[in-house]
Ligand binder design. Sequence first.
Ligand code: GTP
Ligand code: MG
Length: 453
Amino acid sequence: STTESNALRTPIVAVLGHVDHGKTTLLDKIRGSAVSDDEAGAITQHIGATAVPLDTVSEMAGSLVNPDDFDLPGLLFIDTPGHHSFSTLRSRGGALADIAIVVVDVNDGFQPQTIEALDILKRTGTPFVVAANKIDTTAGWNPNEGSPIQQTYENQSQNARQRLDEKLYEIIGNLSDEGFSADLYWRVQNFQKNIGVVPISAITSEGIPDLLAVLMGLSQRYMKEEMAIDVSGPGAGTVLEVKEERGFGATTDVVLYDGSVREDDTIVVGGVNGPIVTEVRALLQPRPNAEIRTEKRFEKVEEVRAAAGVKIAAPDLDDAMAGAPIRVVRDQNVDEVIDEVTSELAEIEVETADEGVVVKADTLGSLEAMANALKEAEIPILRAEVGDIAPRDVAVASTAREDENKVILGFNVDVLSNAEDELEKTGEVRLFRDDVIYQLVEEYTEFVEERKR
Ligand code: GTP
Ligand code: MG
């Protein structure tokens, strides 16, 4: 019933919280997938995006969400990593979000990245709810698959209820220590003044209907003005990943958070060697409820409107950089847009020294995470770049003065075959590669320690 120009934008919901508290599992439950099972080291190391249509939301929420009460198209969920190294990805996820879910494990309670998430949301003024997760682990808990929280709560023994209450009140107390007035969500009247705490289990789905109802209510009531933006304006987004796609060459997976992108649009994308100006060949949309990071089947469409995940095929995207901004140029001046992208890229910087190791990573976000992890371990960086390991990296690494610094640390990247030749020829540069950041740093520190013995 909405017209073209005032169609409501899909709200972006960021899922934030400490490592292992259950963010990906919660999203898996909502979209009916098993992304978390296939993650390297069982931790999330990228930002992900999943469009969940209103139908799915109301199906999961049962009587708690009547689709007729809402004119939002659905919700776009952004998964974020909880591991401490990924602070930039969390702030980016938080900054993109219209609303957020802070996931807290009821057993573990508040942890450093819980507090970090709250700080980000405070700073960006993003409304949020707290999902008190893993209630099924309460001793003596009797699970009721998919049940709203109050129903399942009433079916528990006195003891189990008491144990859960204690954990929930501890979380409410922790929130209060951070300056938020919070309560169990059914006691909250004004969700802008008070933070609602929703007890859930991402395994048994208990409480997930309530969580979805609160999210939908929050977006509909408080975000309506912001959602009614002109979704037909020139699009803006962030590159999640650069991927080879058969028949298309290099493509970029993008979270479009503003405006629209159409076939044949001119776009500016942040690249390894500066902004890339190119033209959209094809727009490929993941299926509803699919995580764009793992989706294999895409539908070709003519236009995509925010907020959405979309794979963009265009010439010259080989050097596009994951984590970089992407902008559609429609009525604006191309040079102005190029300047915007350039200055956004300049904000993302890794501290380097004139002696240290060479770091390569698959995305800007993971490069920053590597830099954070190395700084913590007091390992200096000579050069840090996004991309596969190339002969030039070997040459740079061999210029390090200390032998222990003549190394390349590659996170989630390949070694180009001519770089392998170069490594063999030089013979003095060591290569460490892993797809789990802390393991990569550990491997290197162990190597350094062994050398000292
Ligand atoms: P990062 O992405 O690394 O920050 O972790 P995450 O917050 O996405 O956690 P993830 O979903 O990967 O879950 C971590 C572990 O907790 C997994 O073994 C899950 O099966 C388990 N888990 C998540 N939610 C629940 C829950 O509600 N109940 C129980 N019993 N286990 C859960
Ligand atoms: Mg995760």
